[in-house]
Write a protein that binds this ligand. Structure first.
Ligand SMILES: Cc1cc2nc3c(=O)[nH]c(=O)nc-3n(C[C@H](O)[C@H](O)[C@H](O)COP(=O)(O)OP(=O)(O)OC[C@H]3O[C@@H](n4cnc5c(N)ncnc54)[C@H](O)[C@@H]3O)c2cc1C
Length: 416
């Protein structure tokens, strides 16, 4: 066992929130703090590297905290204050000051101008070197003990580190949660979030590649109701796209409890009311009375989807002229309330996060300090906070890390 060294702050976890908090602590402190990052794996910032398909979706173009928090199924209320203090605008300005410029995509996602996550990694690692922040890789922290206003940290190899403050920035993996539990914190159950939906229906899989620009999804699990709007994409295993990823995040816990079996209602034409659709379809009777229904898709519905929707009717009329008012009303209902059977959870390789983590009521969101253990701080996904896809998860990491850095700096000062 090596002799223990004394640090001002030890950051457990060399991910997005760990690196940003270590750098922020050095920026915000009047004295040069002695900071150590302990990272379990061989390389830091591995998620940043693969994020956004290698492009790193750093944040989202939504600068009003009240609107921004609507993208966090967990953490909605708690993040409002912190986002006022350090939101996307502050983060983008910070990146710009370090020479990392960005661009905003049509859907609001923000990426580095280079479109390379390596630019973000370089920005962080350069600053870590400049501030002489020590980083130890392949160092899995297994124990954190509080004693006489100091923390003693032990890694899996038996090395010890003494510190005035400790930040748990361990992400969604259990190792950090175990440490938090030992220090008295409650950790909620953990479930995967942000995923696609599987279908066993071959006719749905045959629609693979087809997309709808704007649908509305509804799901009811037990007494809970969920909804989401946005583009939808048919895939060779079921459905995906922003609307699906969003509803999957909001219903992550309930879907896990049903083993990912549920009914999903799809409104393929959310901008048209039922009566509008019925009227438009009825007018087709006059416009093209002799034409077959299948060969004349209506309402801008793509041909393949239109044929698929009609294939569900056993009594499909041969032409528009023969379509009764009652049939058209049933067809309208099918378009507006299509019932999709979710038969499993699919992957979304661009992003996935953990739903669940350290109980938020046990954390002071003005400093990210534990309410149970002085000098213990939290940032990022280790908390019971997660966002939908689009840059919101990194924003949570940046916001909580910056506030934790200020909290740690004040805590370190209190020792003087
Ligand atoms: C494939 C993928 C793509 C993504 N793309 C995006 C995106 O484009 N935009 C976005 O906003 N979000 C994205 N996310 C989500 C985002 O990456 C995470 O929300 C974010 O990285 C969380 O940061 P963090 O610092 O809390 O945790 P992490 O980045 O997970 O870092 C935690 C670190 O702690 C280490 N660690 C854990 N336990 C210990 C221990 N006991 N001792 C020492 N070290 C430990 C881990 O090895 C890890 O390096 C993506 C996620 C994935 C998986």
């Amino acid at each position: 066992m090596s002799q223990s060294e004394v640090y001002d702050a030890v950051i457990v976890g060399g991910g997005a929130s760990g690196y940003f908090s270590a750098i922020s602590l050095c920026e915000l402190s009047s004295e040069n703090p002695k900071v150590l990052i302990l990272e379990a794996t061989k390389q830091s910032l591995q998620k940043v590297k693969v994020s956004g398909g290698g492009r790193c979706n750093i944040t989202h173009h939504c600068y009003e905290p009240k609107n921004l928090v609507q993208n966090y199924p967990r953490g909605t209320k708690e993040l409002i204050g912190p986002l006022h203090h350090w939101g996307p605008k502050e983060m983008l300005k910070w990146f710009q000051e370090k020479g990392l410029n960005h661009h905003i995509e049509k859907d609001g996602r923000i990426f580095p101008t280079t479109n390379k996550s390596s630019s973000v990694i370089r920005c962080f690692t350069d600053l870590v070197s400049r501030y002489k922040i020590e980083v130890k890789h392949q160092t899995l922290v297994s124990k954190v003990v509080y004693n006489h206003k100091m923390y003693s940290i032990e890694d899996a190899k038996g090395n010890r580190y003494q510190t005035k403050s400790v930040l748990l920035a361990t992400g969604g993996v259990k190792t950090g949660h175990i440490i938090a539990k030992v220090l008295g914190h409650e950790v909620t159950s953990l479930y995967p979030s942000i995923f696609t939906f599987k279908s066993n229906v071959q006719a749905i899989k045959d629609l693979s590649g087809l997309s709808m620009p704007l649908v509305h999804l509804k799901m009811e699990i037990g007494k809970k109701k969920f909804s989401a709007s946005g583009p939808l994409l048919f895939t060779h295993w079921g459905i995906s796209g922003p609307a699906v990823l969003r509803i999957s995040a909001f219903a992550a816990k309930e879907l896990a409890q049903t083993k990912y079996k549920s009914l999903l209602e799809i409104d393929f034409l959310m901008n048209h009311s039922k009566s509008e659709i019925t009227d438009l379809l009825l007018s087709s009777k006059e416009l093209s009375p002799r034409k077959s229904l299948v060969s004349t898709p209506k309402l801008g519905i793509p041909k393949r989807l239109w044929a698929f929707l009609l294939s569900d009717f056993d009594d499909l009329p041969s032409c528009w002229d023969k379509a009764s008012h009652a049939f058209i009303e049933r067809l309208t209902k099918h378009i507006k309330e299509f019932s999709f059977e979710v038969q499993g959870r699919g992957v979304f390789k661009e992003e996935f996060v953990t739903c669940g983590g350290v109980q938020l009521k046990e954390v002071n969101f003005k400093s990210m300090e534990s309410k149970l253990s002085k000098g213990l701080f939290f940032a990022g996904e280790v908390l019971n906070i997660d966002g939908v896809t689009g840059g919101f998860n990194f924003q949570n990491a940046w916001t909580t890390a910056r506030i934790a850095a200020k909290g740690m700096s004040d805590h370190i000062d209190s020792f003087a």
